[in-house]
Design a protein around this ligand. Structure first.
Ligand code: HEC
Ligand code: HEC
Length: 193
């Protein structure tokens, strides 16, 4: 009798392990199309598509929610998140947050432009929220070493109110920025060390 109980206990441990690995595998499989666009190692190699590596899970969760609810309007992302459950939103966020952060561009940039742009980041207090290393935290995204094209475009979209954030903070911050200042800041964020 005791032997049978032992065998049953062992079998149920095995079953649990199998079920867990099946769930893990399923998420990896489900994330494959996401990473085909966003970059398998967290770094996007496609123009206009953001890198996702190193983004804080709470930021990702909010953005996936905004996509699902069509409050952040981007056709492909609204389509990808259609039908996601709240658990899906959480699982994808936790999974993606573990991808390694993108490195700085190898090109260290024009020193004069880097200095001018760095001064703007301080002047507009971008680093007071996004942290001194621009790595973000909680609901505030990592902007360090993000793709330059995406950074410039998304800042324009906040400014023109075509990207609606979780709150109005970025719309306010970008109101007084000129196109040249936005371009400089994007240049800086992609390269700084
Ligand atoms: C066909 C390409 C494509 C696929 C597939 C795709 N995405 Fe995206 N994703 C984009 C684009 C383009 C954007 C930028 C949206 C914008 O212009 O603001 C984006 C934005 C995002 C963002 C916001 C990033 C940020 O910094 O704000 C997250 C998070 C995201 N995608 C997660 C996912 C997940 C999870 C999946 C799979 C379920 C997925 N994506 C599938 C193209 C794609
Ligand atoms: C008061 C805090 C605060 C300040 C100051 C601030 N940000 Fe943000 N930023 C946020 C938050 C919160 C978000 C996410 C908003 C959302 O839901 O879209 C964000 C989003 C962004 C994004 C989008 C990142 C992505 O992956 O899509 C960029 C780029 C950005 N900020 C750059 C800047 C720059 C450049 C400055 C300075 C000019 C700045 N921020 C100042 C809080 C701030």
């Amino acid at each position: 009798m005791q032997k049978i109980l032992k065998i049953l206990a062992a079998a149920s441990v095995l079953l649990c392990a199998a079920a867990a690995s099946l769930r893990a595998q399923t998420l990896t499989e489900r994330a494959a199309p996401c990473l085909a666009c966003h970059g398998e190692k967290g770094v996007s190699e496609t123009p206009d598509i953001p890198s996702l590596g190193g983004q804080p899970a709470p930021y990702l969760l909010i953005q996936l929610y905004l996509f699902r609810e069509k409050q952040r309007k981007v056709e492909i992302m609204n389509e990808m998140t259609k039908g996601f459950t709240d658990d899906d939103l959480r699982n994808f966020s936790d999974y993606i947050a573990k991808l390694p952060p993108p490195p700085a561009l190898a090109d260290t940039g024009d020193p004069v432009r880097m200095q001018r742009a760095g001064a703007l980041i301080t002047q507009f207090r971008c680093n007071s929220c996004h942290t001194l290393t621009l790595e973000g935290r909680e609901n505030i995204p990592r902007i360090a070493h993000q793709r330059e094209d995406y950074l410039a475009r998304t800042l324009h979209e906040y400014k023109t109110n075509t990207r609606h954030g979780y709150d109005g903070v970025m719309a306010e911050v970008t109101q007084s920025l000129s196109d040249a200042q936005i371009a400089d800041m994007a240049y800086f964020m992609a390269r700084f060390r």
